[in-house]
Design a protein around this ligand. Structure first.
Ligand SMILES: CCCCCCCCCCCCCC(=O)SCCNC(=O)CCNC(=O)[C@H](O)C(C)(C)COP(=O)(O)OP(=O)(O)OC[C@H]1O[C@@H](n2cnc3c(N)ncnc32)[C@H](O)[C@@H]1OP(=O)(O)O
Length: 152
């Protein structure tokens, strides 16, 4: 059985994100899934995304991976909790602590854990690891777009 990624279940109008939109031809097309009570997203970064030193990822990309996986985790958490499809979550706040350099050309694992669900807000705790080593951790406040937001 092939499990559908969270991002592949977004409505078309919300599927254009550079990080995770399935309809963005130039994007990274990140995919997030449930793993028990946590969520997981795996991604191997091309060396062109290096930071100041060859072989290691630049910080903006680390934040981007955590951001997109956080938004997808919020979407899935809402869908699982209220048994009703959510619209799309946008990032209100993203905090990242960089604990160790993250390598390029190595599969990275981004994990999400629901910290709080309150109304349209979902707070997600996030980690990013490489070969079991923690490289970054943080949290994101994600807010669901109201259905009529685009019309206003
Ligand atoms: C950007 C959307 C455009 C239109 C949609 C087109 C589709 C796009 C689809 C793709 C999108 C692209 C995806 C991307 O690229 S997401 C990356 C970029 N992110 C954005 O562009 C988002 C810009 N910001 C906003 O649009 C608004 O500020 C949002 C929607 C986030 C909240 O404003 P809104 O007035 O709606 O909500 P609220 O004020 O009632 O707050 C609700 C709850 O959240 C809490 N909170 C809020 N901010 C913060 C904060 N900084 N720290 C901590 N908490 C914060 C707040 O206390 C409250 O919680 P509580 O007090 O009840 O506990």
């Amino acid at each position: 059985m092939t499990e559908l990624a969270f991002q592949d279940q977004y409505a078309d109008e919300y599927a254009h994100c550079y990080g995770c939109g399935r309809l963005n031809e130039d994007g990274m097309k990140l995919k997030s899934y449930w793993d028990g009570e946590e969520t997981v997203c795996r991604f191997t970064a091309d060396p062109k995304f290096s930071g100041g030193y060859p072989g290691f990822l630049y910080g903006g990309m680390i934040a981007s991976l955590m951001d997109c996986h956080g938004a997808a985790t919020a979407w899935a958490a809402k869908a699982r909790t209220v048994q009703q499809e959510a619209t799309r979550f946008v990032t209100a706040s993203l905090k990242v602590d960089f604990r160790a350099p993250a390598p390029t050309n190595v599969e990275l694992e981004v994990r999400g854990k629901i910290n709080e669900i309150k109304g349209r807000k979902v707070v997600v705790d996030l980690t990013l690891s490489a070969a079991g080593k923690l490289c970054a951790e943080g949290s994101a406040v994600m807010v669901e777009i109201p259905i009529n937001r685009q019309e206003g």
